[in-house]
Design a protein around this ligand. Sequence first.
Ligand code: SF4
Length: 498
Amino acid sequence: MWLPQAFREAPRLDESLQTLPPTPRHALLINPFYPKDPHASFGKHVLTPSLALTSIAASTPPEWEVEYWDENLLLGPPPCDPFPEVVGITVHLTFANRAYELARWYRARGAKVVLGGLHAISCPDEVAPHADAIAIGEGVQLWGEILSDVDRHQLKPVYHGSYRKPYRDDPPPRRDLLPRESFLTTSSLIATRGCHNRCDFCYLATDGLHMPYLLRDVEQIAQEFHDDDQPYAVFIDNNLGSRPEYLLELCRALQPLEKIWSAAVSIDVTDDPELVREMALAGCTGVFVGFESLQNENIVASHKKSPRTDDYARRVGVFHDNGIQVNGSFVLGFDHDRPDVFAHTAEWIEQNRLECATFHILTPYPGTPLFRQMEQDGRILHRDWSKYDTAHVVFKPRQMTIDELADGYAWCYHRLFSHRSIWRRRPKDPRSVLPYLAMSYLYKRSNWFWHFLIRNRLTARVWRPLVESTRRRHIRFRQRLREPNCGRPASQIISAGV
Ligand code: SF4
């Protein structure tokens, strides 16, 4: 499988480089490199920027300068001129080693390094020795305090931030720091925090992560979307549909913007087809749905509150009837999965014409109930966190071999991106087939093209006209959806999903 070096290996840090002394009150925030899965689309890495770092940047005290660097944009190692006094680095388990490498490099040259992110919550003892300070919990609350402590030469080794504090008062993210040309859209938005579920395998179930369900004012979100000059936004909420009455209110606030957006929702949002229609009228063109498994036993065993899996197909139809494309997420390797799970899942996806799907090998994240259970049962294979990326098998599956699970995962992607599968999943309305095919081939079968776009900072320039034309088609679609006698399924009145 083709995987260029730039997607496999982090940019080299020059060990012999002599840097200038740190510039006082200059801070640098880094999103470290992580290796890409050659089975999936490279496009997903530049869809939208991490909101975590731009939100933290927004809480920088005015007397400080702040820079942002995302190593995944393939622009080389992070900058060092001016050399920062403080470097903040996000640490997730799959790129923890790269974060430590960066921390060592900057510390050796005189910078103070602060490490935060999910891995600092789940494994603080592992992270702490690599940093001058670690931030556990909500970084937006802590960043200003950390920089003030640096000013006073009183940096503490550990800072704790609570996710319980309402975040409506947080300043808007510093999108001005982003290289706008490098992302499909810079409008990553967040409306809610947390999820009404607590599935055993989800990172939200990590010990020490107390994230109650919080909501932002809908007007605030609409204003943020309006102010960022982009036709398309991605909601990065874990589950935008946890509170249906709030989602309805949000949809009403977004409607006048005449823009398009996509979001992750749980399938139970289809309990109310009228709400799904409101989503479409507000500009929703696609949803990311965590189906996880088509086996009820797997859903029950992981403590996910979800409708029965034999009702999933009807519920996919509710989205399609409102012109909303469905990107289904499936986890492979649950205890009730046998070797036939791969073919069965692929067949179901095609029968129900899911426009897109993502596959994940079941991964027991440290600190979750799933990890504890597997550790107790002696099923954890190793603790090489870089392989805990849902593309590698890190535990002993119950009803198949390790190789069967690894090969089955690769086969699912191979099948999904095949001409045959793309064609079988085309929309029912013939007039929607061409835009669907164009998007499918550009997104799923053009990794060489993505490599070219990312390296040459052309992502926004090439995609923007396509997204803008989708937005215009969707506005026409909404007008038809509003027609009072429009009783027929919207999939028959030309859907316009991105
Ligand atoms: S529904 Fe999704 S986001 Fe919510 S806890 Fe389960 S896996 Fe996590």
